[in-house]
Each structure stands twice: as C-alpha cells, then as structure tokens.
Design a protein around this ligand. Structure first.
Ligand code: SF4
Ligand code: SF4
Length: 313
C-alpha cells in the first residue's frame, strides 16, 4: 500500500481487526462538535475512523472470598487491546495518525453516531445493530484524504422503551438525559467518600451493568470472544489481596486489568460496600489494619462507617 488509499482498502484493513468500522471525514465530526458547542481540540488529519470491538456478557457472582467488577473489565485491559489492534492496522500504512481509546479529549460517542457505528441510547451508550451495547469504541485520525465516507446505516432507536430508566437504581437516567454524578459507575470510580445511599446502592467492585443488562437491544445479539478477553481468573478479586497487599503487590498480581486504572483504594472502598451487603465479617481485622495504614481521608471515612456497621452484625 503506498500513498493512495480507497475507503474500501481502509475499511478492509480495519475490519481485519475490528467488528465494526465507520469512516468519516474529520470535518464532519469537527463541524458537528462545534454546532453542539463541545470543546474538542482541532485535528488536522482529514480522515476519521471509528472502530468497535465486541465483548461478551458474562456473569460471575461474588463469593465470601472473591469480589467481581463489571463484566466489561473481564480479560485484558480493553484500552491496551484496542490500541494494539489499531497500531497493527496502521503499521501497514505510510500515514501519520493519532488514536484514542476512552481517555482523550474527543467525543467517541458523537463520532460513533456520525459514522453509523450505532445510535445513542437512553442508557447513554452506543447501540450497534449487531452487538447491542457490548462494544468497546476507539477512534483514529489519519493523515490521508478519502473522496468518500463510509457511513454505516442506522435505522434504529429506543422508541418508547424506557427499561433502563426504570431499572437504574440511582435514578441517574431520565428521558432525554442523564445525571452523571448519580450514576454508580461514575461514583464508584471517583476518589471520594460515599454517602449512605451510595453505600447501599453499590453492588460491584467497579462499574455497574444494570442498564446494559435490561436493554432489549442486547438480546439475541452476536457475540465474539476475542482471545484478549478470555477469562484469566483475575476477574475474581481476592478480598485478602485487596486489604492485605501493598498497592505494588496488588498491581503486580492483577496487572492488565482495566479496573485498576484508578488504583486499589477505590476497589477497597467499593469492596466494603459489598461486604456490608453480604454481612461478611470475616475480614474485619484486615479492614481495621487497612484503616490504620491508609490515611486517605475519603477511604478512611467510608471504611470507618462500614466497619462500625459490620461490627454490629
Ligand atoms: S450504569 Fe447503573 S447507575 Fe449508571 S445509569 Fe446505568 S443503571 Fe444507572
Ligand atoms: S433499555 Fe430501552 S430505552 Fe434503554 S437503551 Fe435499551 S432500548 Fe433504549
């Protein structure tokens, strides 16, 4: 492949690595972002590719010794997986490019809707015709001009359904919007003390799956288990490791897991909320020691509050 590229060639190159591929002119994305008064940086590369990689829905239950995060974290960290796959495609091409997966200043969901990768659901997720909400998104800006765009067709929407709104345990969703601060997946990834309501609502070590699991658009969809997302055993997090290991030891054992991106302390705080629900007092001594060791105020406050409740069980 030299310095000329058709959108068909580009599409096929990405399709070798991804389940869904949409290709648009970057200008379309920038114009729409500007129209919506979104603050995003200028991009000089004329072509934008939006990629989606499917992951399976798998349920694993908490036990008295191991706790479970949201199933989107199962297998290797999707940030690394998508970046590696994008690099594999772009390494075959002579063009400059910039990529983004999740933590970047661009709006992946806007790009996904513009390129037809999916529509924006009431659960605030991109819903793809074949894979429902179970796709990880990534974007690539490429320094090549294509005459045509490759926009996938979308003829779908949520219609009158409101199952996710009704099922959301924290009332974060409503018709036409979302209150991010109320969302469990947001607050259980935030470094702060949890309120009583948040302690009662939280049910996972990391994230929240409810508005995906109730969505009818996820029923009878295609599932692909990409090798990087095979279970590794690290989906089940040992409670002893959480409270007894140092940050370094824990990261060494659980490396490559996306739930680690904000560090171990938020996992410990979230674990406490589950131990509270389980009325699981087996780890009270370890929790007590963790409170002495961790002087982080937000952890300290939540942990003391929950330990007190556990001691009365
Ligand atoms: S992730 Fe959970 S808390 Fe957040 S909107 Fe969905 S159901 Fe509600
Ligand atoms: S549950 Fe219903 S309203 Fe919510 S995203 Fe799915 S289809 Fe849309």
């Amino acid at each position: 492949m030299c310095c000329f590229l058709t959108n068909q060639e580009l599409k096929e190159a990405f399709q070798a690595q991804f389940d869904v591929v949409g290709i648009i002119h970057t200008k379309r994305y920038l114009d729409e972002a500007k129209r919506m008064v979104k603050k995003i940086p200028q991009v000089d590369y004329p072509t934008m590719v939006v990629v989606g990689l499917n992951y399976p829905m798998r349920l694993i239950k908490h036990t008295k010794t191991h706790l479970i995060p949201s199933f989107y974290t199962f297998g290797s960290d999707y940030h690394t997986v998508l970046k590696n796959r994008i690099k594999r495609v772009m390494d075959q091409m002579p063009f400059l490019y910039e990529l983004g997966v999740d933590n970047h200043p661009h709006d992946e969901r806007l790009a996904a809707t513009l390129s037809g990768v999916g529509y924006f659901g009431k659960n605030q997720l991109i819903i793809n015709e074949f894979f429902g909400t179970y796709i990880f998104l990534g974007i690539v800006f490429i320094d090549v001009s294509l005459e045509e765009e490759l926009i996938l067709e979308i003829s779908d929407d949520c219609g009158t359904c409101r199952k996710c709104i009704d099922a959301c345990p924290t009332n974060a969703l409503f018709e036409g919007g979302y209150e991010v601060e109320k969302c469990m997946s947001h607050f259980n990834q935030s470094k702060r003390a949890l309120s009583e309501e948040e302690i009662d609502a939280n049910y996972l070590l990391f994230g929240c799956d409810i508005c995906q699991m109730v969505c009818p658009k996820n029923i009878k969809k295609k599932t692909t288990l990409h090798p990087e997302f095979e279970l590794s055993g690290k989906e089940m997090v040992s409670i002893v490791d959480l409270f007894a290991d140092s940050e370094k030891e824990f990261k060494e054992k659980y490396k490559d897991m996306s739930y680690l991106w904000k560090g171990k302390t938020i996992l410990m705080r979230n674990a406490l909320t589950i131990l509270h629900k389980q009325k699981n007092t087996l780890y009270n001594d370890l929790i007590e020691k963790s409170i002495e060791k961790h002087q982080t105020t937000w952890y300290h406050n939540t942990a003391l509050k929950i330990l007190e409740k556990l001691k009365t069980k």
